[in-house]
Design a protein around this ligand. Structure first.
Ligand code: ADP
Ligand code: ZN
Ligand code: ZN
Length: 743
């Protein structure tokens, strides 16, 4: 038996398989996906690798084939389909097979199992008081202390270390109490369970209502597809609060009833805390979560629990997609439009596309949900590739808020130079009087270095690419798509005004301004700086939810997913900022943010109001968001994408190069451009050009863009460049990334 093995070193040059002989005693144990030790190269250095294939066909003369030295102990054997998935990712996104494998198998090594001991209270609630009185009489103070502490715990358990440490209970006391059957000391091979066993959760978050007809229809149609073995992809377009999560939960439950497992992808745990809690309430300890703060070991544990059948549902960000469930039935992707679903490292896979591929391989369904679907997904739904469902109504008395767009140019003309328009100021005063809460939202995302006109609102853009130009340290404005650049712009190309400048504003400044103008208001601020400390994010949200402040000031963080029933006003301070980002998704992001911001107001029976301040009130992203008109927005946005050949109308491949010396990055990209011109004469290349942030951590960045309607052509171009690069030592100092359909 021979094993074709991929060697575990992240180097393009050995990204191929090598054949080894399997020792007879391992023939029964070795499997595709096993991690093995092999002698490698002329020096027979010890390396590890993965078995991609087992065969009886020798690829070279059998006497030249070395024998593999062993299977890595405790290594995870990969199901066949993970290998196939890695292979698909390799084809689709490039990078090396080994990196693709590492992505689908993010945890490969056993970390030492923690032996954990826990102290559990064995008394029923009624008996607790009696036992306390008894210990009181006996003056057994330590034992009383322990019972009180345990009774206060949601799961009635405490870690052994905490009991002997903080609570200062001696081991002999514990033994005596265990003999009395008051407590038990349990030890388990501890799979760390990140979901707290809070019993109150069930009561607080369980779904006690019946689904509406609309909701049930979605559930039953998806299930019907599944049951008829025609599982497909569905897009659920439902405004915030329309009951999407309720649908996910019901569908998940139906899948679990069918013996299938469910993966729920969410953009980020912290932002979707309430979604997570609702799942936990329904599925108890059959659900687990992954998050970015977990150690490798903790993730590994969760994957092990999934594999051994202890879990039905896994919730988490991108990487949760690779949960090794054996009978996957459904993948839900909540907030499917979020950019976090695209990996920032090689392979730069998109979780949505990869989920669809994984589901296809396993006969599972995919349900995408969003209040503002990505243009890509909606386009596919329009073309019939995805099934489209809609939920247009909010539950209960909640209705969509009224939206007012305020033209900041007019405020300026009237001499109002403050951050607050007259309307917004009145609205804030009114809320303060009524003791209702509000959120002030500053949309600041990568707008630094963008010039705009304060008179007419126009953003200085590239004449060729219809994206904003960005100001580089050389004092010139650059387009980072096509490389167009221009010197100083003295006056606005649209209206001729000389009032042009970069946007300057920050949440801190707004907070100060609010305090100055509304002296009696209680203000909380949440932005990246304010939340750098661990958990402070949750604390700020909780204290706002508890009514400890009237106004929450923040960046996009505050507009996502949180339910604050007492918030009746949302103010967007400068809606334009995200329009001015130098990439083709600027309008889409702005629309999404405005819609989400609007979704924060009026989530209970009190009517909500949204005020959007902008220099570009006529921009279609603003007007359609104000009218809650997704379809209208989509149509205009698709016109723009088709006209300019941006995704999804066409496909795009960005190639990033970073190097210590600028000429290296530049020359590498120019060489790529030459190769493309020679070998793919029909392919449109843009640039190469320095990137908008040209120098990141002391490395210069250049980019080169390819556009074409045919995705396979771009994939071929990428693999030609990858191969050329790996066999050319001139550019060893340049790190190159391939990014298909950039986010
Ligand atoms: P979304 O995920 O679309 O924002 P949710 O599922 O969170 O919507 O629902 C919004 C609110 O409406 C929640 O408080 C939920 O409990 C409630 N809700 C959803 N569906 C129903 C229903 N069928 N009957 C009553 N209340 C519902
Ligand atoms: Zn102007
Ligand atoms: Zn351009």
């Amino acid at each position: 038996m021979y094993a074709n093995i991929i060697i575990d070193i992240a180097h393009e040059k050995v990204d191929r398989t090598f054949q080894y002989l399997v020792p007879p005693q391992l023939e029964q144990v070795i499997a595709v996906g096993s991690q093995v030790k092999v002698p490698f190269g002329s020096g027979n250095a010890n390396r590890t690798g993965y078995v991609l294939e087992l065969t009886d066909q020798a690829e070279i003369a059998p006497e030249k084939i070395k024998m593999l030295s062993g299977i890595v102990e405790n290594s995870v054997s990969v199901e066949q389909h993970f290998l196939a998935l890695a292979d698909w990712m390799h084809h689709q996104y490039g990078s090396t097979m080994i990196q693709c494998l590492k992505t689908v198998l993010p945890v490969r090594r056993h970390t030492r199992k923690k032996e954990r001991r826990q102290v559990r209270l064995l008394l029923e609630a009624d008996d607790v008081e009696r036992q306390l009185t008894l210990y009181e009489k006996k003056r057994a103070r330590a034992r009383k202390r322990l019972i009180e502490a345990l009774a206060a715990q949601p799961g009635m358990t405490l870690d052994y270390e905490a009991v002997t440490g903080q609570l200062r209970i001696s081991a002999s006391a514990l033994r005596a109490m265990a003999d009395e059957q008051v407590i038990a000391v349990e030890s388990e091979r501890a799979y760390r369970n990140p979901v707290s066993g809070d019993v109150n959760l069930r009561a607080r978050f369980s779904q006690s209502f019946c689904l509406t007809g609309e909701q049930l229809k979605i559930v039953s149609e998806v299930l019907e597809e599944f049951d008829c073995k025609r599982p497909g992809v569905s897009l659920l377009h439902g405004i915030t609060g329309s009951g999407k999560t309720a649908v996910y939960i019901e569908l998940a439950e139906q899948m679990v009833k069918r013996g299938r497992q469910v993966i729920v992808l969410i953009p980020e745990i912290a932002l979707t805390y309430q979604t997570v809690t609702r799942f936990c309430a329904r599925f108890g300890d059959r659900v687990s979560i992954l998050n970015s703060r977990m150690s490798e070991g903790e993730r590994y544990d969760q994957f092990e629990r999934a594999k051994s059948g202890q879990l039905d549902v896994m919730i988490g960000p991108r990487s949760a997609l690779f949960t090794p469930f054996l009978k996957l039935g459904l993948i839900v992707i909540d907030e499917e439009h979020e950019a976090t679903y695209k990996s920032e490292t090689m392979p730069r896979y998109h979780a949505r596309e990869t989920a669809i591929e994984r589901a296809r391989m396993l006969g599972a369904c995919v349900l995408l949900g969003s209040a503002t679907p990505s243009v890509e997904s909606y386009w596919k739904a329009m073309r019939g590739e995805y099934r489209l469902f809609r939920l247009n109504m909010r539950h209960g008395k909640a209705s969509l808020p009224s939206v007012e767009v305020v033209d900041l140019r007019k405020e300026l003309m009237m001499g109002n130079r403050s951050m607050f328009s007259a309307s917004l100021r009145d609205a804030i005063e009114e809320r303060l009087q009524k003791k209702e809460q509000m959120m002030l939202f500053l949309n600041r995302r990568g707008y630094a270095g963008i010039l705009s006109c304060r008179q007419c609102g126009a953003v200085i853009g590239c004449p060729h690419c219809a994206v904003a130009l960005s100001l580089h340290s050389d004092g010139r404005l650059h387009c980072h798509y096509c490389g167009y650049s221009t010197g100083g712009v003295k006056c606005c190309p649209t209206c001729g005004s000389a009032y042009i400048g970069t946007f300057k504003a920050g949440t801190q400044k707004i907070e100060e301004q609010v305090r100055r103008e509304f002296a009696n208001a209680r203000v909380l601020r949440m932005d990246f700086d304010a939340t750098r400390k661990k958990d402070s994010y949750q604390k700020i949200l909780e204290s706002f939810a508890d009514g400890e402040a009237d106004i929450l000031v923040g960046t996009q963080m505050i507009v996502k997913g949180h339910d604050f029933p007492n918030v009746t006003l949302v103010g967007v301070l400068a809606a334009d900022l995200s329009l001015a980002v130098s990439d083709y998704r600027a309008a889409e992001r702005t629309f999404q943010l405005l819609e989400q911001a609007a979704g924060r107001a009026g989530r209970s029976d009190k009517a909500g109001q949204v005020i959007i301040q902008t220099y570009q009130p006529e921009h279609y992203a603003v007007t359609h968001a104000a009218a809650h008109d997704y379809e209208g927005f989509y149509e205009e946005e698709m016109n723009y994408r088709s006209l300019m050949g941006y995704p999804p109308a066409q496909h795009m491949l960005v190639i990033h190069a970073a190097a210590k010396e600028e000429y290296q990055a530049e020359q590498c990209m120019k060489w790529f451009a030459r190769l493309i011109r020679e070998q793919f004469p029909g392919l449109l290349g843009l640039g190469p050009a320095p990137e908008s942030v040209a120098k990141v951590s002391d490395r210069y960045q250049w980019a080169f863009y390819l556009k074409d309607a045919d995705q396979e052509l771009l994939i071929r171009a990428r693999s030609v460049l990858e191969r050329a690069l790996s066999s050319n030592s001139d550019y060893e100092g340049v790190s190159v990334q391939f990014d298909p359909d950039p986010m």
